[in-house]
Design a binder for this molecule. Structure first.
Ligand code: FE2
Length: 160
């Protein structure tokens, strides 16, 4: 059992930001794996583009640690560990001709988790009066939302 050691909203936000750093590292790994699984050039391009954005998101997270005067370390992100495991298992089980579909569906799940994580982070940073940090987190949230829309459209086109 985890030890109870988060007693203030600041400590809670710090811990969640540390998990978000791990979440983005997981995203970067997952995007590379899904990109190599996808056969379609357009889908591959989408993954490459979002991997570039993910690197920017990591830089923004690092800036948020700095703005809030939080030590930049990572904390576990069991949800994204699970999402990545599920994607790998689904790829293993499915015929290569289904891999474009699996890659899109799996990435969509990851994006939705990231959206919920940033929605919570933005509001918590705002409530602490950390306006500049909240704005950076909102930029990441907007990118994740845009990516989830692109993945959704690509999946619709693939299945049409
Ligand atoms: Fe991300």
């Amino acid at each position: 059992m985890a030890q109870q050691n988060l007693s203030t909203p600041e400590e809670l936000l710090h811990f969640q930001l540390r998990s978000a750093r791990t979440m983005e590292d997981h995203s970067l790994e997952a995007l590379a794996d899904l990109r190599s699984a996808a056969k379609d050039k357009k889908i591959q391009k989408l993954f490459t583009h979002h991997a570039d954005e993910t690197r920017e998101q990591i830089e923004k997270l690092r800036k948020v640690f700095e703005l809030l005067d939080f030590k930049e370390t990572t904390a576990p992100s069991p949800s994204t560990t699970g999402i990545s495991k599920q994607a790998a298992s689904l790829l293993e089980r499915s015929d290569p001709k289904l891999h474009n579909q699996v890659a899109l569906v799996s990435a969509l799940g990851n994006e939705h988790f990231e959206i919920s994580a940033y929605q919570g982070l933005v509001l918590q940073a705002q409530s602490l009066g950390a306006i500049e940090a909240a704005a950076l987190l909102q930029e990441n949230l907007d990118q994740e939302t845009h990516t989830s829309e692109e993945l959704h459209t690509a999946l619709q086109e693939l299945l049409a």
